[in-house]
Design a protein around this ligand. Sequence first.
Ligand code: UDP
Length: 238
Amino acid sequence: MINSQWSKILLKISGESLMGNDAFGINNDVVKSFANEINDVVKTGIQICIVVGGGNIYRGISSIKSGMDRTTGDYMGMLATVMNSLAIQNALEKISVETRVQSALPISAVCEPYIRRRAKRHMEKGRVVIFAAGTGNPYFTTDTAAALRASEMNCDALIKATLVDGVYSADPKIDSNAKKYDKLSYLDVLSKDLKVMDASAISLARENNIPIVVCSIVKDKNLSKVLSGQGSYTIISN
Ligand code: UDP
């Protein structure tokens, strides 16, 4: 049972978290376990939409090293997020969760184009909407896309699922003295240059007063716990 203070959320899943212990690509067991976590939330009537990253397949920035144009690389990165979105849609449909993928880059044979009003209607009907292709523009990230879609969909919270259970003063994998923050303000994140999300995503969430909850959904049932105010997470708000 989830007793959430939020009724409409956006879940940002990084591409990296879809790899599991693999070095590249989509790990099916991880996708299945994320689908189960999402299903637990859907069953309680909380409206949920998702933005997926693409770093497990391609990041635009790596195109520069190979002599490719950054913009071409970024479009490739956006296409990677479409692949991840389809994988998540497939896993959700396998457990009978209704979903729609909407892409910021129209790919009409595969999914719907992004249409805000339509996406809202899907969510009202209890469907999980997966926003693919980030913002549709090069030089942006899927974190900014997450803050943008959360604002457009009037979400109460942006849940950023990462590989760690919150925001730390340093990388906890490297520094054993790293301290976990329970609460932060948007300005703390910007002024301390904490690498949570890029500055444009933080600023957009701040302007629209959308709290950002940083947590891990790798651990079983953690998403449900976090939405109930339990479990381990960091909340960034005013
Ligand atoms: N990307 C982009 N515009 C966007 C969103 C993403 O150009 O609005 C590209 C960019 O090249 C990025 C890649 O898609 O590196 C994958 O997204 P991101 O790095 O945000 O994924 P994550 O880090 O969450 O896996």
